[in-house]
Structure formats: structure tokens, C-alpha cells
Design a protein around this ligand. Structure first.
Ligand code: NAD
Ligand code: HSO
Ligand code: ZN
Length: 428
């Protein structure tokens, strides 16, 4: 990990940069696959599955028998853990329901919103280097609570042509309607355009690697809506002398192990703590089965020593991390100052793993600095709010003239006329 001590303003910018593939080349690769999926449908999806996942597929749809078998084969301990997580995720997302109300903006003009679930949603569950069945719960649970009718899911199969059983089990528990064996760009293209087997959806949700994130961004230009750019995982930890170095190291490694392009950032006011964290990382890294991946991600990662907590929060807000852990005793005070972050974890017991799996918050979150403008997935992500209005003659009397004047000044006479006709009618 590169260490910055009291960085210059130029170095602050450098610290906030994420590792990424060459954008032009990435977009070209992704665009070529998308174009192929659009024109050749299932046949192209199957070819890319063979190319990228070494899976020779007869059918893309997962059968009910395959799901039954997956549920049967899921060990009880794992099944119970998924159920516990599902319960907490359900409670947290159900609590996000909001009541809308009708209001008279002025007498005779009544306006309201109706919350309507998106009918057809497509969920992407990563499976390239780890079968992220927790992501099924994070996406399908709020989709179901919102009332989405068709909830389809795509995830890459293994070389044996099967999707990991825990993904299928979580999908059954969370109420997914249909599951397809497709990963990466080909899955995003299939859900965006529709193929013979995979239906076109109105909105695509879910995280993934840089190819998946680029594919979502490209299809969202013209064809389909997306939740947000949610790419390689990241965490920023703010720590000081009150923090537990072993905990901090474990939290940094927990995100470094996601992928070689993950990034972790330690911001601290304590050089002593920084040294202890480095030693702890050395010890803990060796014991990780994915130490090769985590070690590469640490190569993209940074430790920053700053003079004050205010500076630490400013840097974190500039970085806009997907996850922020405030591992100091004065976390409450610092939390008040957070303005850019996907999800925040407070105090030494709030490890990110809690939110990744089971506390109830959503783990599908904006990366690459997009937390400056996007929220993570939540109940509202699966809804639209349709506005309604009703006007009485009194309402026409109250706003009619203003509408006429504004329309006239925008030089839109037909707009003005639509109001003028009503104004004349109510005079008679
Ligand atoms: N931001 C979030 O909310 C969040 C949540 C969970 C996971 N993640 C991230 O999701 C990612 C999962 O990545 P993954 O790779 O394990 O699984 P993945 O399912 O995202 O990607 C696997 C697919 O990538 C495609 N692919 C791989 N190399 C390619 C290439 N050279 N050209 C075209 N396509 C290619 C293949 O089709 C493959 O099926 C990780 O980066 C992880 O950090 C993010
Ligand atoms: N940390 C990931 C989001 O960046 C979510 C996840 C799933 N499983 C483990 N972690
Ligand atoms: Zn994680």
C-alpha cells in the first residue's frame, strides 16, 4: 500500500483515483459484445458463456428441478444464515415504505404522487470469482417488497454449466420469478434487449466487475434504466489511536479480497496505528485463501496520514467511498460530517461484513466516486412515483392567469390556449 504523509493538494487528487481499465478499450470490447447479443440473441449468449465461463449450455433458463435440487443440497447451517439475513434485509427495506399524501397547493388544485412498482426488473448476481448469493437477497428482497411482478435474475454458470446452489436457494427464498445462466456483458445485453429465452426488462440492478459496470452504463444510454454504476468494491476506514489495528486490517482485507481491481483506503491521524495496521495486514493476508487477489488489490490501495480528523473527513468526502468505516471512539461526531459515501459503519464492532451479509442494509452501492450523486439500492429503486393532479374551477381561477402569462412568455400559444379555453368556460 502506498503511504502518504501529510499529502499535498495534488496528492489528494491522486489518492482519490481508482484503478481502472483503459476506458476506450473497455467500452469497445463491451460494445462489440452488446451489439452481438442484440443481433444474435441466445446463440451469442451461449457463445460468450463458453468463451468467458467455459460453460457449454443447452438451455439458458434454470429449471424448477435444478432449483429444487439446489435447495435440497443447501446445508441447514447455510440455509438458516440466509433466512436470518433475509429477515433483517426484509425488515430494513420494508421500513422504507413512505406514505404519500394529497395536498392542495392552492385552493382547487390538488396534487399527489402514487408509488408504482416497476413491473419487470432484471437482477445481476456476480459469480466470476466468488458466488455472491448475498447479492440475490440484496436485490430480490426489496424488489419483492416493492411489488415488482417479474423479477428475473442472471448469474454466470461455472464450467459445469450450473449456477452455484446457494444463489438458486437465495433466489427461491427471496421470490425471484425466473433465473438464467448468463454472466458479464452478455447477461446485461440479454436483459436490456431481450433474447429468445431471456426477457427484456425495464430496469437492471446489481453489481459486477468493470465489464459489467461498463455494460450497464452503455445499455442505459438508450435501452433500459439501471440502478447505478456499482463496480469493484472499495472501503475507506478512518482510524486513530483509539482504533483496533487488527480490526482495521481485517476490514481492509475484507474488501481487498473481492477482486484485483478493488481498492481500500486507510485514513488516520496516527502514524503508530498505521504501522500496526500494516503489520496486521502482513499477518492476516498470509492466512487468506484469496491472498493473491487481495495482495494485488492492496497494490492499488493507500494509507494516508493526516493532521486532523476534519481533514480525514474532508478527504473521505472527496473520495466518496462505497463503504466508510469510522473506527474511532468519536464516530458520532465524525458521522455528522459525512456527505459522500454509499454506506457508513460506525464504531469498532460495525465491520463491513455485517452490512455485506446480514445487518439489513443493502450492499449494492455506488463505487468509483459515484456516491457523490447516487444512493445504494433501496426500496425506492424499484418504484416510480407517478404524479396526479385535479383542478376545480376555483383552481383554474387561482392559477389560470399565471399559466397564461408564463405560456405567452415562453412563446407557446397552444399552451396558453389550453388554459384560456377553460377560463372562458367557467366564466359562463
Ligand atoms: N459495488 C457493489 O455494490 C458490489 C457488490 C458486490 C460485488 N461487487 C464487485 O463485483 C465484482 C464481481 O466480479 P467478478 O469478476 O467476480 O464477477 P462478475 O459476475 O461481475 O463478472 C464475471 C463475468 O465477467 C465477464 N468477463 C470477464 N473477463 C472479461 C473480458 N476480458 N471481456 C469481457 N467480459 C469479461 C465474463 O462474462 C464473466 O462471466 C467484484 O469487482 C466485486 O468487488 C461490487
Ligand atoms: N462488499 C461487497 C460490495 O462491495 C458486497 C459483498 C457480497 N459478499 C461479500 N461482500
Ligand atoms: Zn464484501
Amino acid at each position: 500500500m502506498k503511504t502518504y504523509k501529510y499529502p499535498s493538494p495534488k496528492e489528494w487528487t491522486e489518492i482519490t483515483e481508482r484503478p481502472h481499465l483503459d476506458t476506450a478499450r473497455l467500452n469497445k470490447t463491451v460494445n462489440d459484445i452488446l451489439t452481438d447479443i442484440k443481433s444474435r440473441g441466445d446463440e451469442a449468449v451461449k457463445e460468450y458463456e463458453e468463451k468467458f465461463d467455459n460453460a457449454k449450455l443447452q438451455h439458458l433458463a434454470v429449471s424448477q428441478e435444478e432449483i429444487d435440487e439446489a435447495v435440497r443440497s443447501t446445508p441447514k447451517e447455510l440455509y438458516d444464515a440466509i433466512m436470518l439475513a433475509h429477515g433483517n434485509i426484509s425488515r430494513f427495506h420494508a421500513s422504507q415504505h413512505i406514505e404519500t399524501k394529497k395536498i392542495d397547493t392552492t385552493p382547487g388544485v390538488t396534487c399527489w404522487q402514487k408509488i408504482v412498482p416497476i413491473e419487470k426488473v432484471g437482477l445481476y448476481v456476480p459469480g466470476g470469482t466468488a458466488p455472491l448469493f448475498s447479492t440475490v437477497l440484496m436485490l430480490a428482497t426489496p424488489a419483492k417488497i416493492a411489488g415488482c411482478k417479474d423479477i428475473i435474475l442472471c448469474s454466470p454458470p461455472g464450467a459445469d454449466g450450473k449456477i452455484n446452489p446457494a444463489i438458486l436457494t437465495a433466489a427461491r427464498i427471496a421470490g425471484v420469478s425466473k433465473i438464467y445462466k448468463a454472466g458479464g456483458v452478455q447477461a446485461i445485453g440479454a436483459m436490456a434487449y431481450g433474447t429468445e429465452s431471456i426477457p427484456k426488462v425495464y430496469k437492471i440492478f446489481g453489481p459486477g466487475n468493470q465489464y459489467v459496470m461498463a455494460a450497464k452504463q452503455l445499455v442505459s444510454l438508450h435501452d433500459v434504466s439501471i440502478d447505478m454504476p456499482a463496480g469493484p468494491s472499495e472501503v475507506c476506514v478512518i482510524a486513530d489511536d483509539s482504533s483496533n489495528a487488527a480490526f482495521v486490517a481485517a476490514d481492509l482485507l475484507s474488501q481487498a479480497e473481492h477482486g484485483i481491481d478493488s481498492q481500500v483506503l486507510l485514513i488516520t491521524t496516527s502514524e503508530h496505528l498505521a504501522k500496526d495496521v500494516i503489520s496486521q495486514i502482513d499477518i492476516q493476508l498470509k492466512a487468506l485463501p484469496r491472498h493473491g487477489i487481495a495482495a494485488q488489490a492492496l497494490g492499488n490501495s493507500k494509507i494516508v496520514i493526516l493532521k486532523s480528523k476534519d481533514e480525514a473527513i474532508s478527504l473521505s468526502n472527496l473520495y466518496a467511498p462505497e463503504h466508510l468505516i469510522i473506527a474511532t471512539d468519536d464516530y458520532d461526531e465524525l458521522a455528522e460530517k459525512v456527505v459522500n459515501a454509499g454506506s457508513v459503519f460506525l464504531g469498532k464492532y460495525a465491520c463491513e461484513s455485517a452490512g455485506d451479509y446480514a445487518s439489513g442494509t443493502n450492499h449494492t452501492l455506488p463505487t468509483h466516486g459515484y456516491a457523490t450523486a447516487y444512493s445504494g439500492v433501496n426500496l425506492d429503486s424499484f418504484n416510480r412515483k407517478i404524479t396526479f393532479q385535479h383542478l376545480t374551477p376555483e383552481g383554474i381561477r387561482n392559477i389560470g392567469h399565471a399559466v397564461e402569462v408564463m405560456a405567452e412568455n415562453e412563446q407557446l400559444s397552444a399552451h396558453k390556449n389550453a388554459m384560456t379555453l377553460r377560463m372562458s368556460e367557467i366564466k359562463h
